[in-house]
Design a protein around this ligand. Structure first.
Ligand SMILES: NC(=O)c1ccc[n+]([C@@H]2O[C@H](COP(=O)([O-])OP(=O)(O)OC[C@H]3O[C@@H](n4cnc5c(N)ncnc54)[C@H](O)[C@@H]3O)[C@@H](O)[C@H]2O)c1
Length: 359
């Protein structure tokens, strides 16, 4: 059965990603689904209306046309206030929702009666979160690119080149947390020639990292004593720890900054969970860094936002199999897949996700 699928242009400030890329659209069209894309929805990610037309989409002029024509709405960000009235009971919404942080959005989605599936709670049987993973990969890689920029003297950094050069001691990168973000950061920094240390409190994870990462990455078990020893020599420190569902642990305290050399750069990728440095506060791409006691802090909460072309494609690679399943089977059959069911947050005016009910 053909499904009508809508792709609105994102209206949240500074959001340039788009729910479906032209190549995802052409895949859906192969299965005879009808895709309605709002004019210019893909521009921020480098996709023109012509690209979508060639992929077989219908281009519609207004956001109202997208919602009125479609049963399944595929987005990136949570609906903004201006979109609340567009959602109806016959809609299935598939997007990042982060409902725990917005009661007004939760109320709006309960009132409209739509079926709401959140990217961030779709979960595989091993507990992994496949629709968050690509953004962690991007943030991990970007953390080294951004951090190495701010190590330059122009920005207040120590004035060290991340790769160093022959005959000059290597630049040192410390990564706290060896999960998806941390592994991608370590891979990037080691590839550039830095001396890298990863600290994690999961010994099995450290064993795996030692196997898969190059020899210029060493692993150290996470405890206060080891962290204090390592921060003295680091040029760039990347915060990438996560305790699922909890605030990030504060692994570096304000008083610890005096043990670092002035111009050391801290990149707190975990800022979206409160940050793992005591001195972290969220910043934006427009004003990404600030200094505390001579130490440069970079704490942008939506790092992938600066690379929407890569981020849209990476997100689509992860979401498309689920979009196809929902479109091909219909929402009721698709919800028999436990991975998609985990993503179900709201249905028929009721909160379904356990974590949200408990709050
Ligand atoms: N700022 C951004 O734009 C952005 C983008 C993507 C992800 N993130 C955030 O980055 C963080 C990391 O994400 P991830 O996908 O790598 O998570 P992950 O679960 O893959 O990895 C987290 C790692 O932290 C380790 N850890 C937990 N407590 C620790 C401790 N006390 N000491 C040392 N290690 C510890 C865990 O063992 C795990 O290996 C999350 O908070 C995530 O939300 C931020």
């Amino acid at each position: 059965m053909a499904m009508k699928i809508g792709v609105p242009k994102e209206i949240k400030a500074f959001e340039n990603r788009v729910g479906l890329s032209p190549s995802s659209v052409s895949e859906l069209v192969l299965y005879n689904h009808n895709v309605f894309v709002q004019t210019d929805a893909g521009l921020g990610s480098g996709f023109s209306n012509k690209d979508y037309l060639e992929a077989g989409a219908n281009i519609v002029n207004s956001i109202e046309d997208v919602y009125n024509n479609s049963e399944l709405i595929v987005k990136v960000k949570e609906p903004q206030e201006a979109e609340y009235n567009l959602l109806k009971q016959n809609h299935t919404l598939f997007t990042y929702l982060h409902l725990a942080s917005s009661q007004s959005l939760t109320n709006a989605l309960l009132n409209c009666g739509a079926t709401c599936i959140a990217y961030e709670t779709v979960q595989k049987s091993d507990g992994s979160l496949p629709l968050l993973l690509p953004m962690s990969e991007i943030a991990g890689r970007l953390s080294v690119i951004e951090g190495s920029k701010y190590l330059q003297k122009t920005y207040g950094g120590k004035g060290k080149l991340i790769s160093s050069v022959p005959g000059v001691a290597s630049t040192k990168v410390l990564v706290l947390g060896g999960g998806i973000v941390g592994t991608n950061a370590a891979r990037m920094a080691s590839g550039l020639g830095a001396s890298v240390t990863i600290i994690d409190n999961n010994i099995n994870r450290l064993r795996i990292l030692e196997e898969i990462l190059p020899a210029n990455v060493k692993t150290i078990y996470s405890n206060r004593n080891n962290i204090l020893k390592e921060i003295c020599w680091a040029d760039l420190i990347i915060g990438a720890v996560l305790i699922p569902g909890a605030q990030a642990p504060r692994l570096i305290r304000r008083a610890d900054l005096q043990n670092m050399e002035p111009g050391t750069v801290l990149v707190d990728v975990a800022i979206d969970q409160g940050g793992c440095f005591e001195t972290s506060k969220a910043t934006t791409h427009m004003d990404p860094i600030y200094e505390v006691d001579g130490i440069i802090h970079y704490c942008v909460a939506n790092m992938p936002g600066s690379v929407p072309r890569t981020a849209t494609e990476a997100l689509n690679n992860a979401t498309l199999p689920y979009v196809l399943e929902i479109a091909n089977k219909g929402i009721n059959e698709a919800l028999k897949n436990p991975e998609i069911l985990k993503g179900l947050n709201i249905q028929n005016g009721k909160v379904v996700l356990k974590a949200l009910i408990v709050q």
